[in-house]
Design a protein around this ligand. Structure first.
Ligand SMILES: NC(=O)c1ccc[n+]([C@@H]2O[C@H](COP(=O)([O-])OP(=O)(O)OC[C@H]3O[C@@H](n4cnc5c(N)ncnc54)[C@H](O)[C@@H]3O)[C@@H](O)[C@H]2O)c1
Length: 277
């Protein structure tokens, strides 16, 4: 958003996360310059438009757009949108990046649910071109059109999905990640080989296990619980995911998931082995 010319305020309750995010954003912009995708002046200008804060109320004051990306938890999300709506511009758009919660339910916490929409980005956000826009029950055509405009400004492509559990992409991705974990648990193949199968056999840019490590198995598990409860038994979470979450092996963000990571890089040969299950 900052690269597209918007003033951006990133809000989190954790100062640690904000410091980490500032570093990440600066790194992404510097990489863009290094790779010739942006010139130095525009990267510097983008960074100048970007700031962080621990105060949602101060930051959302008069804002035209909120993109809510807090933890995948309905109570936390509804509290955030409710607080923000009270101080945003009266016509401001309220977007939620939820992967699998109900936009309609999040919107129900707002005074004006017609301006609430799902705006589902993909990881890594600076590279992935798709944004799924999700229509809640009350979302207006005008809100969809305005959100489409924002997506176009970011140089990305929007698709519009009527609210349905897991939308198009999370539903498919949750199924693939869960199935890959069942295969790993059954000892069908090593983690590395399961990932290689989908990368080279289907041209997926990442395997389902490395993708789960990137997404975070804690987020994955809450998505699976939701899909299981709404769409039935085919989404029953693999016990290995539950075990990993209990062990705190959430993935890249903690340096350990299906694979181990050191300095942000995967340790070769570190994939979970059958004998460890
Ligand atoms: N991780 C992905 O690949 C991905 C992709 C698409 C969408 N999403 C969605 O994005 C959201 C965030 O996912 P994540 O994996 O980054 O989750 P996460 O739990 O790792 O991080 C959430 C962040 O929200 C912060 N937070 C918690 N409560 C807050 C509050 N009240 N106010 C401000 N900040 C608060 C936390 O400190 C943390 O930094 C979820 O809804 C998820 O479904 C994630």
């Amino acid at each position: 958003f900052a690269s597209a010319g918007h003033d951006v305020r990133l809000v989190d309750v954790s100062s640690e996360q904000l410091a980490k995010a500032e570093k990440t954003v600066a790194g992404i912009l510097a990489d863009g310059v290094r790779l010739g995708k942006a010139d130095e002046a525009s990267a510097t200008a983008a960074l100048a438009r970007f700031s962080t804060s621990e105060s949602l109320t101060d930051s959302a004051m008069g804002a035209d757009l909120l993109v809510e990306t807090v933890s995948e938890n309905l109570t936390i999300k509804t509290e955030v949108v409710r607080k923000a709506e009270a101080v945003m511009a009266p016509t401001g758009l309220i977007a939620t990046n939820t992967s699998a919660l109900s936009v309609t339910e999040i919107a129900a916490a707002c005074q004006d649910p017609s301006r609430v929409i799902g705006m589902h980005f993909f990881n890594p956000v600076q590279k992935m071109k798709l944004v799924e826009l999700v229509r809640g029950l009350a979302t207006t055509d005008a809100a969809v059109a305005r959100c489409r405009d924002y997506v176009a400004q970011l140089g990305k492509t929007a698709i519009v999905v009527n609210e349905t559990p897991g939308l198009t992409t999370s539903r498919m991705s949750a199924m693939a990640g869960n199935e890959a974990m069942w295969m790993l648990q059954e000892g069908a193949a090593t983690a590395e080989d399961i990932d290689t199968a989908l990368r080279l056999g289907f041209n997926h840019p990442m395997g389902p296990l490395e993708l789960g490590d990137l997404t975070g198995w804690d987020t994955r598990l809450s998505v699976l619980h939701y899909l299981h409860s709404t769409l039935g038994d085919k989404f029953r979470p693999c016990p290995l995911i539950i075990k990993m979450v209990k062990a705190g092996r959430y993935g890249r963000k903690v340096g350990w998931g299906v694979y181990r990571y050191e300095n942000g890089l995967r340790v070769p040969g570190s994939g979970l082995r059958g004998s460890q299950l």
